[in-house]
Design a binder for this molecule. Structure first.
Ligand SMILES: Cc1cc2nc3c(=O)[nH]c(=O)nc-3n(C[C@H](O)[C@H](O)[C@H](O)COP(=O)(O)O)c2cc1C
Length: 291
């Protein structure tokens, strides 16, 4: 089966987003969504995270498109015992898959050996993958990584380690951590990893909805395309309402969330003026620039 996965975008492809935009997500052919990362510390029960908490009855679910989306919780961390605790918790709640973040590029994260920092500590990476595959079971745990931290051949050099584990798949964002989210994706470096991998390798990085080259994870391209929909106004009303309930009426948090989404559309002609108004909105009435 070809994978088409909705990318984790912290603050964007969050639970309220996945619930509100369930129909467009299904129409775009996504079979799975990976949650934005949840920190695996061992001190915090991941089932209390907003991403995984049982739904509040007050949140109105949009009509389903008759399509079921696999939801895979993603964890970030470097402590195998903490990861094991988190995976046992999510498994007990019925999740059958989980993912390890080996890609977060922010220096504060990677310098502490988390996210893409795991690519610099192969022993720790191996213990995290071993823990993940043991806790979830063979073929149930996946990993999402960059090509490397500074160079595009670092992950390739680690494939001997990665290949030892029965991973569900390996998602590769075809940039180095140093590149953050800009600059070109390196398709050749991606192919070298795909050729060296024993497991399925999912492409990620600047893919558009029309991508037809096989297994893919798409984030920003999907979010941008939502701005072109005829029904975007209704959807945004739903997102605002869902966020208001979820964030317990905190107006500034709701505004921040909506502005983050609107910012994806500022390059679209019909949104340019609306974005200029929306980014300055001080309350929930002013933010409804789609009306
Ligand atoms: C705002 C933002 C938040 C992100 N949060 C996460 C995250 O929580 N976990 C993760 O693995 N990747 C995260 N990413 C990376 C994306 O999942 C993806 O790898 C990247 O955006 C490239 O894919 P795209 O060009 O299709 O968006 C984030 C990216 C952005 C822009």
């Amino acid at each position: 089966m070809t994978e088409r996965i909705l990318a984790p975008l912290r603050g964007v492809t969050i639970r309220a987003f996945r619930e509100t935009f369930a129909v467009p997500i299904a129409e775009a052919g996504f079979t799975e969504a990976v949650t934005p990362f949840i920190t695996a510390t061992g001190r915090f029960d991941p089932l209390r995270d907003r991403e995984l908490r049982p739904s509040s009855a007050a949140i109105r679910h949009p009509p389903s498109a008759g399509h079921s989306l696999v939801l895979t919780p993603q964890f970030i961390g470097k402590d195998p015992a903490a990861l094991k605790f988190c995976l046992e918790r999510v498994k007990s709640a019925g999740y059958s898959t989980a993912d390890l973040n080996c890609g977060c590029p922010f220096p504060m994260v990677r310098n502490k050996g988390r996210g893409s920092g795991l690519l610099r500590t192969p022993d720790v990476l191996a213990r995290m993958l071993e823990t993940g595959c043991e806790a979830m079971g063979p073929g149930k745990f996946s990993m999402k990584a960059r090509l490397g931290v500074d160079r595009a051949d670092e992950l390739l050099g680690l494939m001997k380690v990665v290949n030892e584990f029965p991973l569900r798949f390996l998602t590769v964002h075809a940039r180095t951590a140093r590149q953050m989210y800009g600059g070109e994706c390196d398709k050749e470096a991606f192919k070298a990893i795909r050729d060296a991998a024993r497991m399925k390798v999912v492409y990620n990085g600047d893919a558009e909805l029309g991508y037809a080259d096989g297994d893919v994870m798409i984030g920003r391209g999907f979010v941008r395309a939502l701005g072109e929909r005829e029904d975007i106004g209704e959807l945004m009303d739903g997102y605002l309402e869902c966020s208001r309930v979820e964030l317990d009426g905190s107006e500034s948090a709701v505004l921040g969330r909506i502005k983050e989404l609107l910012s994806y559309w500022k390059g679209l002609r019909r949104w340019r003026g609306r974005w200029e108004v929306g980014k300055l909105a001080r309350n929930l009435d002013e933010i409804r620039v789609w009306r």
